[in-house]
Design a protein around this ligand. Structure first.
Ligand SMILES: [Fe+2]
Ligand SMILES: [Fe+2]
Length: 328
């Protein structure tokens, strides 16, 4: 054996110990922090998931943002403004969490506007009426809560901690949506019909937000083993249905699924199968608003170039002044 071989053996031994430490941290349900050693696959999976999550928050500002100038009252406008602004904040926390893994935010944004990274399929549907604003907040933010509450215990520290605050804000989003819908349901026949129409359009896409069925979700198992994810897509979807059915009854709207019924034996609701070919179409770029959403994000990024340049120039001036001050 040559000395070189011994060295490489020792190195791999070292790496093995790091890997054991990582596995042990996960097994003890403790957090992995950015300074810790982690397998490349874990880092890559997290960057992809967190980036997709961040992109979804930012693109998700568009469908509702379209209603800010047309909100029916100052109160509704203020609430909607606050909600859309929260989503921007969620995107920023998440891009920061991805940066702790070594990703570069500018690069992630470029990947989004080049169509090389995805965002949630749900934001590719249009918002033709103000009832859509309420239904998105009730169903889409509601589905996001089901997905994100378990992420507060995700194994990667910065992601888990970001989710705690995000989830608090998501509950406000869902509550204000529900309140808007219950106000409309107490209004005119036309308002009630508008709410029902929006529920009919958003119900199935909301169920698709949890991703493909477990049998078709090849990365889920590894993500669960790494405790990035805590529940499978189908488990989360079931939770969402069970949580939403009584709320729909209280509102007085019908969920558009003839197979939806309580199953006494399971103690859960049975429900129909979403059209998975539609999910596939929307994810691969052929949803009703994919082109428009990405084009708008690209335009916003290009229009904002001067802001980024000015901020960098300002930061450079400040740094130079600080250096001068320290030298003096
Ligand atoms: Fe959000
Ligand atoms: Fe939200």
């Amino acid at each position: 054996m040559t000395g070189f071989e011994t060295t490489s053996l020792e190195e791999s031994d070292f790496e093995l110990r790091l890997h054991e430490q990582f596995d042990d941290t996960i097994a003890r349900d403790q957090r992995i922090e950015p300074r810790d050693w982690m397998p490349d696959g874990y880092r890559r999976t997290l960057i992809r998931q967190i980036a997709q999550h961040a992109h979804s928050e930012i693109i998700g500002m568009q469908p509702e943002g379209e209603w800010i100038t047309r909100a029916p009252s100052l109160r509704r406008k203020a609430i909607l403004f606050a909600k859309v602004q929260d989503e921007a904040g969620h995107g920023l926390y998440l891009y920061s969490a991805a940066e702790t893994l070594g990703a570069d935010r500018a690069d992630l944004t470029q990947r989004l506007i080049d169509g090389r990274q995805k965002y949630s399929s749900i934001f590719n549907y249009p918002t033709p009426t103000f009832a859509d604003v309420g239904v998105i907040a009730w169903l889409v933010d509601g589905a996001a809560i089901c997905n994100q509450v378990p992420l507060c215990r995700s194994s990667f520290g910065p992601y888990a901690r970001a989710m705690v605050r995000v989830c608090k804000e998501e509950s406000f989003h869902q509550r204000q949506g529900y309140e808007l819908l219950s106000t409309m349901m107490r209004g005119t026949d036309h308002q009630r019909a508008t709410v029902q129409d929006a529920v009919d359009r958003w119900w199935w896409p909301s169920l698709m937000m949890f991703g493909p069925p477990d049998g078709d979700s090849p990365n889920s198992e590894q993500s669960m083993a790494w405790r990035i994810k805590r529940h499978t897509n189908d488990e989360l979807r079931q939770r969402f249905v069970d949580m939403t059915v009584p709320q729909a009854a209280a509102l007085g709207v019908t969920l558009p699924d003839p197979e939806l019924r309580w199953n006494e034996e399971r103690g859960r609701h049975d429900f129909g199968t979403p059209d998975w070919s539609e999910l596939h179409r929307v994810i691969t770029g052929d949803g009703p608003c994919n082109t428009e959403r990405v084009a708008r994000r690209r335009a916003a990024h290009e229009d904002g170039a001067w802001v980024r340049e000015a901020a960098s120039a300002h930061a450079a001036t400040q740094a130079a002044r600080a250096r001068e001050g320290a030298a003096a």
